[in-house]
Design a protein around this ligand. Sequence first.
Ligand SMILES: O=C(O)CCC(=O)N[C@@H](CCC(=O)O)C(=O)O
Ligand SMILES: [Zn+2]
Length: 343
Amino acid sequence: MLSNPIKDNDFLAYTLANPDKIDGSFNFILSNHTRVDVLDTGVIVFTPNTPSTKDIVLSSAVHGNETAPIEICNQLIHDLLSEKIIAKQRCLFLIGNPAAIINKTRFIDENMNRLFSGAHSKGEGLRHPERHRAKALEQYVADFYNANSDNQRIHYDLHTAIRASKHEKFAIYPYRPGRAFSGEQIMFLAACGVDTMLFHHEPTTTFSYYSSEQFQADAFTVELGKVMPFGQNDMSRFIQTHTMLEKLITEIVLEVPAFDAARVNLYKVSRSINKHFDDFEFSFAGDVENFSAFSQGEVLATEGGNAITVEHPQEAIVFPNANVPIGQRTVLCLVPALSEKIE
Ligand SMILES: O=C(O)CCC(=O)N[C@@H](CCC(=O)O)C(=O)O
Ligand SMILES: [Zn+2]
């Protein structure tokens, strides 16, 4: 058993110094209370030596340029390694795409958040590092959850959005047919400052859908604000999120208020508009904020000589991005969620 070799307890620096792989996995013990396993570059597990009730996955940098979640997770890891805080719950931190962090880009070859649930091996297969990494991340999550079947499984895949949003912090609740949405989770996220929820309407190849569907985890893609380079995040905007994640990790019983629909904004995805032609173009200005609403009949986009119009009395848009490969999502359209089953 090694002593802790992570200099200054800075796991991000350690990861970025070894972006492709580390020289073998290793583990060490923190003062007889926590076992630490470093399994791969950007992959670290904290296991308390007392019984836990939750298995928590916190992933960041599935998109390499989304830096605020990386800073939040690295601070939590630092505080755990330096024993400023002590984990009471099992937790797995994943820094998704170290090479893209170094490159300061969303991805190198392919958007990793379209490669989960086996998509990494479809089509041309495992043809570049992001596909291998998505497959490996799936396995780390599977091993982590399968090691302990009784605990509540939680996965927050932390992101920031490309553009500004009318609701600064929001989460995507993956499609989960036959399973009620969790009011407790919605209120926990609200306590994190994530006061807006989007209920997805179909299976996807995102990381959060993978954990939700394969392991029945309470899994979410969580958008914490607008993307900024390292050094330009106003960390005061993440205090609530950081505080609640720390409580989640360090407390055995975490009280959250009872579900109250009046305290959150609830939307459901009415449709995902995918790209079919190279000339796909939005009709609204490039700086339109997420959650901007359009009225029935208004033209949202054109492609291949066709206009794509608003189908409901109003639809709000989120994540508009025409610069995606054919077949991928260009935008999600949203309507108010009025009748979702929340328990
Ligand atoms: O701001 C944008 O256009 C994209 C932000 C982002 O990375 N969002 C995730 C959402 C994943 C989901 O739908 O659960 C993504 O596009 O991968
Ligand atoms: Zn992202």
